[in-house]
Structures are given as structure tokens and as C-alpha cells.
Design a protein around this ligand. Sequence first.
Ligand SMILES: Cc1ncc(COP(=O)(O)O)c(C=O)c1O
Length: 216
Amino acid sequence: MLARLGIETTYYDPLIGAGIAGMFRPNTRAVFVEAPGSQSFEMQDVPAIAAAAHARGLTVLMDNTWATPLHFQAFAKGVDLSIQAGTKYIGGHSDLMNGIIVCSQATYPRLHKLWTDMGVSASSDDCFLALRGLRTLAVRLERHTQSALAIAQWLRQRAEVCGHGLKFVAGGYGVGKRDPFAANVAVRSSGESSAEARAQAALRAGSDDVRDQHGV
Ligand SMILES: Cc1ncc(COP(=O)(O)O)c(C=O)c1O
């Protein structure tokens, strides 16, 4: 879709940090960050990326769906437009069709023009469900965090899993400690062809064990 609109994209290593400055091209206008990134869950050094982008006058957009605004305050870290899939943690009950873009004062006029030109609007029912979800977001996330930690601690003892749980956060670990996002666990199997199936089986068994042990 972006290509049809004449927009070129370049993908970067999520652990690139300030090194992203070396990837900017003369026609670069924006940096789109998703942190932690879906599937592999590296936590990017968003302040370093934002500083490099702003030094070139670029706009920083962030998909902040995984961490939510409670676990990652995007604007304080230099983001200009913070994007949430409201369908996930915000809604919390799998019954909401909604996406949210929160912007800075400086980016508001451009965003406002785009959304009025496109005629985008949210239904009143969806707004109601999003507001309902926000009321319980904090308690739900706290429980998600406890569950994720319990599962990660169980997984770290399993031979079938090589880059796992708490250790896997080592992809950006220093940053992960500074900007903890919690509530998410990524698992990698040990590389043999059957290892993935074993890791999945371990996860299935583990979630039962963990539920038994921790009541999660
Ligand atoms: C991190 C993240 N952002 C955005 C989306 C898009 O969500 P939706 O299709 O509900 O808008 C997803 C969906 O999986 C996601 O995982």
C-alpha cells in the first residue's frame, strides 16, 4: 500500500539505536518504530532513535500497542505520534474495532487534515468500549505481567528453549531495564528442526504447570 502511494521503506535492525542516523536517505521523512517488536520483542532504544531522527527534522511514529501508554510513555521518550491497536490491551475483551493515534501539538495539524480528508471516524459504541477498557487496563496489565514473568521463569529452566523469557529481553536488555515493558514473553527454540515443536509442547505443558503453581 505504501509503495502505491509512492512511499519507499527501509527496514532497520531493532537494536540499531543511534546508529539509525547512518541509514537516513535524502528522501527520508519519518521513522516508524514498533517496540517491543512483534514476535521477537526486542526493546528498541527509542530516545536514541528519536534524537537522531529529530536532528534531521524527521517525524517519529511509534506503534506502542504492546507496552501500552502505561508501560511506555512515548512522548516523554521523543515520539511524535503514538499509535495503539485499540483492539488489544485497550479494549481487553476482543469486542472492539478501534485504532488510536495520539499526537503532539506540532503534528496535530497534519494528522487532523489527513483524517478529515480520509473521512475516518470511530463509532460511538467503539468509543464506549474503548473507554470501558481503559478503566481496567492497569489491573489487567498487572496480572498479565505476573503471568508473563511466571511463564518466563518456568521457560528459562527448559532445555528445549534457547533464547527465552527473561534472558531473551537481552535483545536490548539495558534498554529493557530502563524502559521495562513486561507482560510479554518471546520464545525461540534451540534451532533443531524438531525443536520448535518441542518448545511449543513445552509451552503448552508449561502454561498448565504455571497455572497450577501460580494460579494464573
Ligand atoms: C503491535 C501491533 N500493532 C498493531 C496491530 C494491528 O491491530 P488491528 O488489526 O487490530 O488494528 C497488531 C495486530 O496484531 C499488533 O500486534
